[in-house]
Design a protein around this ligand. Sequence first.
Ligand SMILES: NC(=O)c1ccc[n+]([C@@H]2O[C@H](COP(=O)([O-])OP(=O)(O)OC[C@H]3O[C@@H](n4cnc5c(N)ncnc54)[C@H](OP(=O)(O)O)[C@@H]3O)[C@@H](O)[C@H]2O)c1
Length: 334
Amino acid sequence: MGAIPDAFEAFVAEKDGDGVTRGVRRLTAADLPPGEVTIRVAWSGVNYKDALATVPDGKVARISPLVPGIDVVGTVAASGDPTFVPGAPVIAHGYDLGVSRHGGFAAYARVPAGWVVPLPDGLSLRDAAAVGTAGYTAAESVATLEARGLRPGDGPVMVTGASGGVGGLATRILLARGHETWVMTGKPAVAERLRALGVAGMVGREEAAAGEGRPLGPERWAGAVDSVGAATLPWLLRTLRRGAAVAASGNASGPAVATTVFPFILRGVALLGIDSSQVPIDERRALWGRIATDLRPLGLGDDTAEIGLDELPGALDAVLAGRADGRWLVRVGA
Ligand SMILES: NC(=O)c1ccc[n+]([C@@H]2O[C@H](COP(=O)([O-])OP(=O)(O)OC[C@H]3O[C@@H](n4cnc5c(N)ncnc54)[C@H](OP(=O)(O)O)[C@@H]3O)[C@@H](O)[C@H]2O)c1
């Protein structure tokens, strides 16, 4: 039944007075939480939420010590549920992983069977890690906009935080589906790479401050995907076209959003909230099936870099500082 070794490596964050100590330690199977499926972790990824789980004021970690890592991709090591046979490739992400129970920054993870997604045909384990929570959230954002009526050819669709995980993968999904895709980024160096991918236009991060406080701006976007929040979300609301919507999932530049009601009551725009962490498992499995097919990001895996557990501190700090550029994949047991 895929025996678990006596001890294995894990990256652990533990409260220490007013601070948090972070580093690689040895854990045993007894340290893992209860659950039917034990996964031999091949890959995890670095998400903004993982970085917040390792800093004192991050408001993400609910237990200490905690193995962060909201993404788990690997193979079944042992299972008390006959649906999941040892050796089967699987994905688990969100729910309480890396928040109130140990997550993917360890050689083994244990989860309830009701959280497990069988790896869909057409995706490798590395592909699934390159998608991760960020890409899943991006796919949910695009699917939500399209379910509301957005179609390729409707006009420019704006993606903010384009160098980041959610933004980068939303950009690639929209491009693959034929949308006229525009991006906002704070990193001029990213611009050329995105243009080569087929991005139609881009604006700098500072643009979000343009017209701040005004009720409405020029009608530009047929739709938008936002993971930045703060001043960026109100800017999107006042520059959406009549009847258009923004799918909002994040707050990389801050949670406080100051908007007037005018975009809603004078242009009928819509603010669609995206929460990928608690999606019911049947919907989650179905959306992963689409990520392997019609929602597959263009050039999946191109914008990734691989790191080991011992390199996590640098990547986590870079994410918090807004220095993300694509996705860091954490090579755990691959
Ligand atoms: N609702 C959900 O289910 C869900 C799921 C996943 C993530 N999220 C949230 O979505 C947000 C993005 O997550 P992510 O994993 O994509 O993060 P990420 O990889 O770190 O990307 C965030 C991007 O936001 C942009 N940004 C703008 N202002 C920033 C600032 N002041 N500090 C840092 N970044 C700034 C940067 O892109 P540019 O330089 O290109 O502007 C950065 O690359 C986070 O708030 C995360 O918690 C929510």
